[in-house]
Design a binder for this molecule. Structure first.
Ligand code: TRP
Length: 81
């Protein structure tokens, strides 16, 4: 798996993440909050595109597939090989 998963379990609807795609075809998935974890939305970014995403009542975790720079309030991480 050449991706990263960022999640938060407390205080829904407060945090944002910023994802900058470093290659074409980076996929960002929103994973549902609660007992059942499923992907409820996905966005595809091309190189240089940026998505600002928020954790919500519906979204507890965000998965990034592909080469990207990810900023959160706990720091910066790179996904992809
Ligand atoms: N449905 C899971 C939950 O609400 C989503 C989730 C939160 C998750 N944090 C995670 C999934 C960490 C994988 C890893 O708990």
């Amino acid at each position: 798996m050449d991706g990263v998963m960022v999640s938060e379990d407390e205080e829904p609807s407060s945090r944002y993440i910023v994802v900058k795609a470093l290659e074409d075809g980076v996929v960002i998935m929103g994973l549902t909050r609660g007992k059942d974890t499923r992907s409820h939305h996905s966005e595809r970014l091309d190189a240089g595109e940026v998505l600002v995403a928020q954790f919500t009542e519906l979204t507890a975790a965000i998965k990034v597939r592909g080469k990207a720079e990810i900023l959160t309030d706990v720091g910066k991480v790179a996904s992809g090989l």
